[in-house]
Write a protein that binds this ligand. Sequence first.
Ligand code: NAP
Length: 299
Amino acid sequence: HWHCKKLADSIFIIFNSAVDQGYLCGDYIKFQEAEKMETIYDLIILGAGPAGLAAGLYGGRYRLNTLLVERGQDGGQIAITSDIENYPGQMVEAEESGATLIARMTKQVDKFGVHRVSASIEKVELEGPVKRLTDTKGNVYEGKTVIIATGAHPRPIGCKNEKEFLGRGISFCAPCDANFYEDMEVYVVGGGDSAIEEAIYLTKFARKVTVIHRRDQLRAAQSIQEKAFRNEKLHFMWDSVVDEVRGDGILDVMVVRNVKTGELTQVNADPDDGMFGLFGFIGYLPNTGLLEGTGLAME
Ligand code: NAP
């Protein structure tokens, strides 16, 4: 219910009198635009995952005029992680998920007066003392310093026809899609912490989960491996990679290659199920595409 009145060029008064409803709306919008353009933040943080939220906490606490930009929900990848048991300071009395952990981080950042905007940045200009970030709606955010905490996205499995089956059998998010495979067969590619933890999670839904790993040893932490080897629903295809996936609209055939012998194995869906799930957890690629061409050195 705030209203704005223009007194002279660049001088506005804002007030919340109910009597003047609708008063000078155009000027209010100009005022908002003027305010947006004139603010040069001390610090702009791109991304509100744990890294961005931690940076926001410090920026706010140092009384820097800080803007935190996030295009989706806070938390990034951890927000879709079902069970957290090794984040320092997390709840131990009750079960902790990514979502519950992040909700507390967000609250902590809010406490220090960090400005927030929901926007998808598509252009970054880093030359000069004032950096300019432009979002997909053309809004410009200016800051003296930019912290890039844009996270990463899952590395594709790299098999033939992969794109065709995204969301039709292939997934990169167990908590999002596990329930589609209730009492079905599921395959998980990878041998790291993510693959094995998510494979264990998937055994709560699927009747059988098979890990396909390119070596004959897991990379996952010993404690996670121990849990996995105790789980009767978990099986392993060692020294193997997925070459190809097929199906008529949904995934029901996969060709797996043994990297030592070259032997090809065709995996078919159980006819009663009509399909199976294939989850990829083979690492992440940084979300740095936005920064290409900005002069920043890329590894
Ligand atoms: P990661 O540790 O890099 O493991 C990636 C796995 O995918 C490895 O087993 C790797 O095989 C395999 N791989 C990589 N490229 C492949 C390809 N092109 N084809 C087939 N397989 C491929 O990744 P992550 O599991 O996502 O973990 C990332 C980081 O987060 C790690 O530091 C991890 O410890 C941490 N993390 C921790 C937790 C936890 O503490 N609870 C949970 C999740 C992740 P090789 O083993 O042969 O290299």
